[in-house]
Design a protein around this ligand. Structure first.
Ligand code: PEP
Ligand code: MG
Length: 757
């Protein structure tokens, strides 16, 4: 048997594509198991169905046509139980579902195993036989082994978009009232039209798009094709001095591939069938790559990479042309495999109604940006069929993390109602804007705004914020081509300090590294979040640090509302070194006869080491600001951007709450103010707990401010302390969240923690 398994696995691994791998498996497994039927069903998350994708033994016409909903048939039973089902008399089982077109009435025994990758069911592998006894135990182990091998191949195919392509061929309509699940990224609900965006020149991520104006699309393609031809000719000329002509013959081969009988002609033929140029190109290139890969001659099979590379080049030009043409509908829901901050910034804010990203989590910077803009976002929607949903109607529920594609009228009506209630609630809450953030027992908990993501500080200014609690200075650095000069930085900081004067403004020193890269300062690391990041970089580059701190201190002249915040501090030495440079910048400015004042200096508590050294740090600073985004990441050992482990990523985890509480108590012992500036501060449920801990202030996206103010104004410090006491004995984040959300429902303000009013 081992030998048989090895042979099947080898054949599957050598299969050029998933279709063929599936056919090999059903054929081989049917024989090996002496079964009458072997079939493979693929799970279509979007349609919430299992689709028969390959079969040896059932009517071949039923392949692609038999679709079982998630609660139909024995196949769904295997998938939902995530374990094998082995039956001697399947037709008698209550979950048996009979498809007349399959011709399966003559089969009695049934053995099905789920195909699972990273806890996710990708499909089901089954064998059937006319015998009336169960399959033997040995068959079970073989089936499990084959399914686990198949899972790896299928996960790979899913990542390359192959599964979506296969499913796309079998379904005709996207009509769905069941949602896809992702992670809540930014609260709110929105109904709009999907605009799928993808990274520049990524051929695999190109969606299918139907077009009407075929001539215009062919014209775009021809312009792109001609640009690539010219590039190749120039490349060949440039290399003429260093390469012999026989090596340069490769470029002639490229030019040949681009001509009308080959890539060019086929792409145009696909466009004529109604596809936009980028999608047609994708189809042509993938077909050609497949043909070359299958060739026995290693030289020729390696040419597959050249073809792909040519495809990428043409795509780059198509995208440049399209880039100028993108029109965003009035209610745009921006969707992509990995939405980044610049894609989001491209959409006029008046059109942008929601964001859905297949990757990332609630503390990815794009989610933070969505929150700053006050639009709902769903992150980590792993099963998002990106290539199939461009221009579809989409609903985004940023509370539950649900996304509905082409929803039924009923669901759409419900969400339109919820969106209306949301808008009403927000406008009611705006009434709180100018009222003090004071608890019912008169404790003032100032609410500050987080900014830096937007060049414009106006939303923060109009949100009723009592200052800026976190200005992320890295963003002005990220949008430039080189490090900004002291004068450029001075202008930016001065504007913020001036606009908010006399209110305090906390400018954080440069926090690059991790997921925030500067194009002009590349950092290549295996583990960027555990590497050269934040203060570690700036202390290694005092020339960058000093310029920044000098700009900050100068910008505060005559205003004196500057607080400097140090990110990623993990040792006392880092703090003392930072203070040394801040002092040096200050002394230099004094020597230059500038009337500067010594700024307040604080540290971010965002690394577990800082929590355990909080007393030592507190003695040396003017304030603490708890960065719960990173503190959660480092305490729970979960990458804040990794959707696969996002279930663990919750600032209400008991371990995180204890670390925050310990930090607050340490600050109190040393008489310094302590704030929370991570995303947790803007979450109404979490805010209750933080108030109970005795937090002095909270800093959040401007859009969350009035919601948290409502919480403060409707609770007493004493009541919040009681709630904290209840929460501290709870042992998991889910229970804590349910308990806290329940408090809002009881007080009639469930709308603060879910969709609607
Ligand atoms: C944090 O880590 O909580 C924080 C506020 O900083 P950032 O999100 O910029 O890492
Ligand atoms: Mg941080």
């Amino acid at each position: 048997m081992l030998d048989l398994l090895r042979r099947i696995v080898e054949e599957v691994n050598n299969a050029p594509n998933l279709d063929q791998a599936l056919s090999i498996i059903v054929r081989r497994v049917k024989d090996a198991m002496s079964a009458d039927v072997c079939s493979i069903y693929l799970t279509d998350e979007l349609q919430q169905q299992h689709v028969l994708m390959a079969s040896e033994g059932l009517n071949p016409d039923s392949v692609g046509n038999i679709r079982l909903t998630f609660d139909e048939g024995l196949v769904s039973l295997v998938a939902s139980r995530v374990e094998l089902v082995n039956l001697g008399n399947a037709p008698e089982h209550p979950r048996y579902y009979y498809f007349p077109e399959s011709g399966e009435e003559k089969f009695n025994s049934f053995l099905g195993v789920p195909i699972i990758h990273h806890r996710q069911v990708l499909g089901v592998l089954i064998v059937q036989s006319s015998r009336t006894e169960k399959f033997p135990e040995e068959s079970e182990t073989i089936m499990i082994t084959i399914a686990s091998q198949l899972a790896g191949a299928m996960a790979h195919a899913a990542a390359c978009g192959e599964i979506e392509r296969i499913l796309e061929q079998t379904d005709n309509a996207l009509d769905d009232s069941k949602p896809l699940s992702g992670l809540p990224g930014a609260s709110g609900v929105a109904v709009g039209t999907a605009v799928v965006v993808y990274p520049l020149a990524d051929l695999k991520a190109i969606p299918y798009r139907q077009i009407d104006d075929i001539d215009a699309e062919i014209a775009i393609f021809n312009v792109a094709l001609e640009s690539v031809r010219q590039e190749i000719r120039q490349l060949s000329l440039r290399l003429a001095e260093v390469l012999p002509s026989e090596d340069r013959a490769l470029f002639d081969a490229y030019l040949l591939m681009l001509n009308s009988e080959s890539l060019g002609g086929e792409t145009i033929a696909h466009i004529r069938k109604g596809s936009w140029a980028a999608g047609a190109l994708r189809q042509t290139i993938i077909e050609h790559v497949k043909v070359f890969k299958e060739m026995d001659d290693p030289y020729l099979s390696e040419r597959a990479d050249d073809i792909y590379d040519l495809g990428q080049r043409i795509l780059g030009h198509i995208q440049q042309i399209n880039h100028k043409q993108t029109e965003y509908p009035a209610e745009t829901i921006l969707i992509g495999e990995q939405i980044n901050a610049s894609m989001l910034a491209e959409v006029p804010t008046s059109c942008l109604k929601g964001v859905v990203s297949a990757r990332g989590s609630s503390t990815s910077h794009v989610a933070i940006l969505a929150r700053a803009l006050g639009i709902p976002a769903v992150m980590g929607a792993k099963n998002l069929p990106v290539s199939r949903i461009d221009a579809c109607q989409v609903i985004v529920d940023g509370y539950s993390g649900h996304v509905y594609v082409s929803p039924s009228q009923n669901v759409r009506d419900q969400y339109q109602q919820l969106a209306k209630e949301e808008a009403e609630l927000s406008s009611e809450l705006m009434g709180l804007r100018d009222l003090p953030a004071m608890t019912q027992d008169n404790i003032h908990i100032p609410l500050f705004a987080n900014t830096g993501l937007l060049s414009d500080v106006t939303p923060s200014l109009h949100s009723g914020a009592e200052g800026i609690g976190l200005y992320r200075t890295e963003f002005p650095f990220m949008i430039r081509q080189c490090f900004p000069s002291e004068e450029e930085q001075y202008q930016i900081y001065r504007q913020v300090l001036d606009v908010f004067h006399p209110l305090p403004v906390t400018l954080r020193t440069l926090d690059i590294g991790g997921d925030k890269a500067l194009s002009y300062f590349p950092i290549e690391e295996e583990n960027p979040f555990l590497g050269w990041r934040g203060i570690r970089i700036t202390l290694d580059h005092p020339e960058i640090f000093l310029v920044q701190v000098r700009a900050m201190i100068r910008a505060s002249i005559g205003l004196d509302n500057l607080h400097i915040l140090l990110p990623m501090i993990s040792t006392v030495t880092e703090l003392t070194d930072s203070k040394f440079f801040i002092n040096r910048a200050y002394e230099e400015l004094i020597e230059e006869n500038l009337e500067v004042k010594r700024p307040q200096v604080g540290v971010m508590i965002e690394v577990p080491a800082a929590v355990y050294q909080a007393d030592s740090l507190a003695k040396r600073v003017d304030f603490f600001s708890i960065g719960t985004n990173d503190l959660t990441q480092y305490l729970m050992a979960v990458d804040r951007n990794n959707a696969s482990v996002a279930e663990l990523y919750d600032s209400l985890q008991p371990a995180v709450l204890r670390a925050i509480y310990q930090t607050v108590q340490s600050a109190k012992r040393h008489n310094i103010p302590v704030s929370v500036c991570g995303e947790m501060a803007g979450d109404p449920a979490s805010a209750l707990v933080l108030i109970g801990m005795g937090i002095d202030s909270l800093s959040m996206s401007a859009s969350s401010l009035t919601r948290v103010k409502w919480v403060i104004r409707n609770v007493t410090q004493v009541r919040a302390e009681e709630l904290l006491k209840d929460v501290l004995v709870m042992e998991d984040a889910k229970t804590i969240r349910q308990y806290l959300n329940g408090r809002f429902e009881v007080s009639g303000m469930g709308g603060l923690v879910r969709a609607g009013k």
